[in-house]
Design a protein around this ligand. Structure first.
Ligand code: ADP
Ligand code: MG
Length: 389
């Protein structure tokens, strides 16, 4: 599938600029296997890059103006690199502007490029097309102008570019897009940014995402409220257990002991966070032993926690996970991302994919009158130069 994307992007470049690109870059989206609402709680996440990508074709144009084409939007913008970088009402251009602003801020020397890009990552479904866009463009600039930016710093600058756009994201999305490896998940310690790779040997299973195709407006307010409740929770923990400075050093019993000192909501949120951090550790152990069934069970537990204790699910996502629990062929499922819509991630026994997809599509439509969108994903490599076979 990506072969055609790469061919089309290269061809488009040639038709637009009259030459072959000197650089072709592939930059993936990501999934998160387990570890949800944990990045801002000093815990661990377990993401992986996927085989859905943005393909960029580049050349230097020996001027001080960059010309960038978003093929999928049939839209072009030019930016004068000698002027101060400004935000624009065309949102997609801000991700590129944010990267250019970062390069300038850090004193890198570069000139204008011609660039076209096109994508196989669904936009706005929680697969981080935005991180792929920032990190892929930055990776290309790094190669073209020999800037010697290390991969981890590409991720960090990508994150800052997204902050510049106005989205206060953690590091997970950019980190997984840049650092991903085929058939590996990355355990990222969100407190220290230390990371380890773990084998994700899913050979008997397929990863299927069911996109609920809904986005409830509660998302932003609930996110801010959860962050605040977690801060309140950890403050109560610290004042009662001075040796503990973050949720990852707590046991569930510590939180249970404080039940009377917390509001009902703060108690539930805190308990979820402590249990979820522990589930990520258990998930890595399960992967290291090749015990995918156990990983699946942990994913179901995460969903229950997100739904009942963290309360960031919705009827649509709960139905999709309930369906998964009833199907013997689905060994794990949970909502992925912030919640209140977006996708569920499912581990499905090989050979059952088409039957499961048909079943879910029908039930989902019967319940909500909404078409389910479905994405098959495989774990792929991080941002890289395209190499011809
Ligand atoms: P997600 O990262 O989950 O896909 P976001 O809302 O964070 O969703 O980022 C999506 C935005 O990124 C789009 O609204 C658009 O501005 C930009 N973007 C992503 N993919 C493309 C693309 N192929 N072409 C142009 N802009 C894109
Ligand atoms: Mg995004």
């Amino acid at each position: 599938m990506n072969d055609i994307l790469i061919q089309n992007t290269t061809k488009y470049f040639q038709e637009t600029f009259g030459s072959q690109p000197s650089q072709v870059v592939l930059s993936p989206g990501r999934i998160n296997i387990i570890g949800e609402h944990i990045d801002y709680n000093d815990g661990f996440v377990l993401p992986a890059a996927i085989d859905k990508i943005i393909c960029f074709a580049f050349e230097k144009n020996n001027s001080n103006t960059s010309k960038i084409v978003a093929i999928d939007l049939n839209d072009t913008f030019e930016i004068d690199l000698s002027a101060e970088v400004q935000h624009d009402e065309k949102v997609w251009t801000n991700y590129i502007r944010g990267v250019i602003q970062q390069l300038k801020n850090n004193g890198f020397q570069f000139e204008g490029v011609n660039c076209v890009f096109s994508s196989s990552i669904p936009v706005g479904s929680g697969l981080s097309s935005s991180a792929a866009l920032e990190c892929g463009f930055l990776f290309g600039m790094n190669e073209l102008f020999n800037l010697n930016i290390k991969p981890v710093d590409i991720a960090l600058m990508g994150q800052k570019a997204e902050h510049w756009v106005g989205i206060n994201c953690g590091i997970m999305d950019q980190f997984s897009s840049v650092m991903g490896l085929e058939n590996k998940v990355i355990k990222i310690d969100c407190r220290t940014l230390e990371y380890t790779y773990h084998d994700a040997n899913f050979s008997d299973y397929s990863l299927i995402l069911f996109d609920s195709n809904v986005k409830h407006s509660l998302m932003t307010s609930a996110y801010n409220e959860r962050r605040q409740q977690c801060e309140e929770g950890i403050a109560i923990v610290k004042s009662n257990f001075p040796a503990i400075s973050s949720f990852r050093d707590c046991t569930p019993q510590n939180i249970l002991d404080l039940k009377d000192k917390m509001s009902a909501d703060v108690f539930k949120r805190s308990l979820y966070v402590v249990k979820e951090i522990n589930r990520v550790i258990l998930a890595c152990e399960a992967l290291d032993k090749g015990n995918i069934e156990l990983l699946g069970q942990l994913m179901f537990e995460t969903h229950d926690g997100l739904s009942k204790d963290y309360e960031v699910s919705c009827d649509e996502l709960d139905l999709l996970v309930d369906l998964a629990k009833k199907e013997e062929a689905v060994i794990g499922a949970r909502l992925m991302g912030g919640g209140f819509g977006g996708c569920t991630i499912n581990l499905v026994k090989k050979g059952n994919e088409e039957a499961i997809k048909a079943e879910f599509t029908k039930h989902y439509f019967d319940a909500f009158g909404i078409e389910l969108k479905i994405y098959d994903v495989k774990i792929g490599n991080g941002t890289s130069n395209y190499k011809h076979n």
